[in-house]
Design a protein around this ligand. Sequence first.
Ligand SMILES: Nc1nc2c(c(=O)[nH]1)N[C@H]1C(S)=C(S)[C@@H](COP(=O)(O)O)O[C@H]1N2
Ligand SMILES: [Mo]
Length: 500
Amino acid sequence: MWARGALTGIAAAAAALGAAEAVAVATGPRSAPLVAVGGVVVDHVPEPVKSFAIDLFGVHDKQALIAGTAVLLAAYAAAVGVLAVRHFWSGMAGLALFTAIGVLAAASRPNAGPAAALPSLAGGLVAGAVLALGYLGPRPVIRDEPGRRRFLWLVGGTLAGAAVVGYVGRQLAARREVIAAREGIRLPAPVSPAPAPPPGADLGIRQLAPYATSNATFYRIDTALVVPQVPPARWTLRVHGRVRHPFTLTFDQLMARPMVERWVTLACVSNEVGGDLIGNARWLGVPLGELLDEADPLPGADQVVGRSVDGFTCGAPTALLRDGRDALLAIGMNGEPLPLEHGFPARMVVPGLYGYVSACKWVTELELTSFADFDAYWVPRGWSAQAPVKTGSRIDTPRPGGPVRAGQVMVAGVAWAQHRGVSRVEVRVDGGPWNEARPAGTVSTDTWRQWSWRWEATPGEHQLQVRATDGTGEVQTEARADPAPNGATGWHTVRVTVTA
Ligand SMILES: Nc1nc2c(c(=O)[nH]1)N[C@H]1C(S)=C(S)[C@@H](COP(=O)(O)O)O[C@H]1N2
Ligand SMILES: [Mo]
């Protein structure tokens, strides 16, 4: 019976915390009782205790505090549960005290409004309901000796429910906080703005991918099950490893640095021939080369590993990041702070390399190492450590099988060869001679360009093919290759039926 009492008390406390986290989605994460009580403790412990805790737990001091608070709370809740077996109302009084501590802690936080009390109050009510369910009524599970199953259901169900509600609540609350922080950011004006795309860079043809890809339509690829929620106030970038001068940058320090803005076309290595895992955006950020120069890499540090808060890593050649190309530690995308899914508050963007080796989102570390010493995330999974973007081209219109009327047909698409540039685009019909397509203007070799070609279409089944030539004169290869291990190749081929 005592064990049942203790377990019921703990289940009630868990339910209280879960409910409180859910309510805190509306009232703000700092009104959640665990965080509020933790905050009060942090603000009031004497300095020697604080530095002792930091020495002991290092960067995990916050987690240690939350864990410690949770253990104390569980012990207290177990005691309340045991007490309530004999004197139900004394147990309830213990619960009321515990609720009051949460309310007072939340209300005493800086800038707390009256709503800050709500999560703890809701938690207290829910815990009271769990206790009443367990101890009162005609068949209280606490005294129902044969009712072992019923008891385990009550405790197990309450704990599981509390965990789910609490986790989802915490996630949503963190998201709200980060969204608010993102909305509060004013992007600095670039000292070197992005060039305006020349008139005609966007041909404005229906079904053709626009020259500039919007944030809302930009492809998203990552391993994150839940989008990492990184508040800028807690973000830092640590530049370390094989360098002479390791340093750490806060978000404010990053924002205070001179920024450049550049158009860069980002492509995913998994993009199939004809696929749409590619987009062109205007990125605002600090040149990675400058950060690396300041860190001063040691000889042999031929790889820069970007590491994300979620543990993902990508590895790019140090020399390439320092060769003067517009490799950026980016904070802005198309004039806005990075969207959460695209790496807020900061990510890497490197012209000419596939995303998986270079475009680390939610990046918090740049570690200088060597390719011999470290394999980034996708390398042990069968993808190449070195992955320059391959020359590619795509037919966007007409669509495969789409209705095409005989006569003049506009064939159009995009072509890319980041950092080498596209010098020529050709189209052919039914394996015939290659025709010069007209490449539209673009801002640099780091971006894709649209192209178009007028076709005199005759009725029947036809096959259209495209190939691009890069700035070095190399023609896009016809050889078909899968995306693994370092990018698909082959000419995009579209079959259409032309009607008279
Ligand atoms: N943290 C993190 N960054 C990441 C990835 C990831 O899984 N996690 N995926 C990479 C891959 S494979 C690509 S193609 C690009 C895609 O960036 P986007 O989602 O902004 O288009 O992000 C890169 N950066
Ligand atoms: Mo990718």
